[in-house]
Design a protein around this ligand. Structure first.
Ligand SMILES: [Zn+2]
Length: 550
């Protein structure tokens, strides 16, 4: 759709689809019946959620039901079927149907006459961005861990109804679109549903708006925690700063579906440390209370919010669409993840949430992990390892010879590219310009199908875009051949010296044992004068865009 439909139309996505098909003269109306999911929580104290799914207008033959084996943004296999219990199926009249479990993650239902109602229980106790957790306190739902989907139903509209336990005072936070009442939500298709986590709890909720030149999206911050209101208020102030500063990088906000972006945070003892990006929301989890976990939370929020552009909309073709039956293999995660690492930290610095010295320490940690180690694979090849290392417990990455995280290496590539562009153009062209060019070319256009990306990019595309932004094809070719597809690293000492930083071996070495042989020190603290040229280079790089961009 070119423009988001009005809220009135959103109330019944199924209706929208049917009307559109009538207009197109289609006779396939029956094929567009909505799939309906209902979630209930009578067994929450046993950490179990009950799910009912109703599939109508089912074609003749067995209905092939699947639990996912992967989750958007988590690049490894997970086999969510292992937590599913008591799968039953009936027809529309309640008569039992036969179920055959043909694969570990697949159930075939036969003997129906066009309608299949499936019920199952799914257990979950892991609070992170990938799994399901149900307890007396909340339901923290990542859809691929909870949803049984039917082959061939990918493009049907979906209705989701959450039924919180009576008396539990749970509210619902999700990027799913509003439905006909406060417990009912919709998704235009399976990809959007799978990308839409939900938190049901007695959470704190704050909202704010930030305008760009075109639109004024609403930002919701949802925090399930046991701290104080003042801690939530302080967090939200800083999140708003991050939102404003990140928008200056990309120039404008994406057209969030329903004009809303939701930060969903869970700070309870026992949680995993995690962050997961989605199209119009992010999930941030931590075992720390806000009182001690705020700075980690902000670092995660900055990384994940960058993803609202980079990966959620500027998306590599290798991740589009997500395949729930296997893991997508992508050679572009150095850009999709690494550049959000780079911008996450940079935005914290530009927002004033970390000092120049703290920022320099972050760079040192990144460069220590990339420069001072063997590099048997390129950043592209490291990206392609993601299905084997990203949350895949079977592989211990510390023993995988020569493994460098694509998050870290991509972060270092982003730093090299930003400083190189600034260096060679006297500050006229920066990495922000490159991100805006990628945004304009691959991200901005409205999705023809919500939940999908219209113009996903290839490695050749982003190389070509760099040549255009830099105005120099040879520079782009050399940069990609050496630092992206090759195993070289840039001359960071020279590049950092342009901004008045000294990159050197760590002298008094409390952190050497932690694998950080390098340190980055502001020149003026290393006994070197900071020249006017270095000072203005540093300011243009590390100061807020608010002053000089808008
Ligand atoms: Zn990420």
């Amino acid at each position: 759709m070119a423009r988001p439909p009005s809220p009135g139309l959103r109330r019944d996505i199924a209706l929208v689809v049917v009307v559109a098909l009538v207009a197109a003269g289609s006779v396939e109306l029956r094929a567009q019946s909505a799939t309906v999911y209902r979630f209930t929580f009578a067994e929450r104290e046993q950490q179990i959620m009950q799910v009912e799914a109703t599939f109508t207008d089912v074609p003749a033959g067995p209905l092939e039901l699947h639990m996912s084996r992967s989750s958007p943004g988590r690049y490894a296999l997970h086999e969510f079927a292992k937590h599913v219990i008591d799968v039953r199926a009936t027809d529309g009249s309640g008569n039992p149907l036969s179920i055959t479990r043909t694969e570990p993650h697949r159930w075939d239902v036969d003997g129906h006459s066009g309608e299949v109602r499936v019920s199952y229980r799914v257990a979950g106790d892991r609070v992170d961005g990938t799994y399901l957790a149900v307890s007396g306190a909340h339901a923290h739902i990542n859809m691929p861990a909870a949803i049984m989907w039917a082959r061939g139903f990918d493009h049907r509209p979906i209705i989701v109804r959450f039924e919180p336990p009576a008396g539990a005072s749970w509210r619902i936070a999700t990027q799913l679109l509003p439905g006909r009442d406060s417990l009912t939500f919709t998704a235009p298709n399976l990809q959007y549903l799978m990308d839409s986590p939900a938190e049901l709890s007695a959470f704190a909720l704050r909202t704010f708006t930030v305008a760009d030149e075109v639109r004024t999206p609403v930002f919701r911050v949802v925090v399930h925690h046991r701290g104080t209101d003042a801690e939530v208020d302080a967090l939200v102030r800083d999140v708003e700063t991050i939102v404003r500063e990140t928008r200056y990088v990309f120039g404008e906000f994406p057209a969030f579906e329903n004009n809303t972006y939701t930060f969903i945070a869970d700070h309870l003892a026992g949680n995993r440390v995690d962050g997961m990006e989605h199209r119009n929301s992010t999930v941030i989890t931590s075992p720390q209370p806000l009182a001690t976990g705020r700075s980690d939370h902000l670092a995660t929020a900055a990384h994940e919010f960058c993803h609202a552009w980079n990966v959620e909309r500027i998306r590599p073709a290798s991740l589009e669409p997500f395949n729930f039956e296997t893991a997508n293999v992508s050679g572009e995660l150095w850009l999709a993840e690494g550049f959000c690492n780079y911008y996450g930290t940079l935005v914290l610095r530009r927002s004033g949430l970390v000092s120049v010295n703290e920022y320099a320490r972050e760079i040192a940690a990144t460069l220590s992990a990339v420069i001072a180690v063997p590099r048997p694979r390129s950043a592209v090849e490291m990206s392609r390892l993601a299905p084997l290392v990203d949350g895949a417990a079977v592989v211990d990455t510390t023993t995988l010879d020569g493994y460098i995280s694509y998050y870290t290496w991509g972060d270092a590539v982003g730093l090299a590219l930003d400083l190189s562009l600034r260096d060679r153009t006297g500050g006229r062209v920066t990495l922000d310009d490159y991100m805006r060019a990628l945004w304009a070319r691959f991200g901005r256009s409205a999705a023809a199908r919500p939940g999908y990306v219209t113009s996903p990019y290839t490695l050749a595309d982003v190389r070509k875009t760099l040549a255009e932004v830099a105005g120099d094809e040879a520079f782009a070719a050399e940069f990609f051949e050496r630092f992206v597809e090759g195993r070289d690293v840039a001359d960071y000492a020279r590049l950092l010296s342009r901004a008045g930083f000294v990159l050197r071996e760590r002298r008094n070495s409390p952190n050497r044992s932690a694998g950080e042989p390098l340190e980055v020190v502001p020149a003026e603290q290393a006994g070197q004068p900071l020249t006017d040229s270095q000072r203005s280079f540093r300011d243009a790089w590390l100061s807020s865009r608010a002053r000089n961009t808008f």
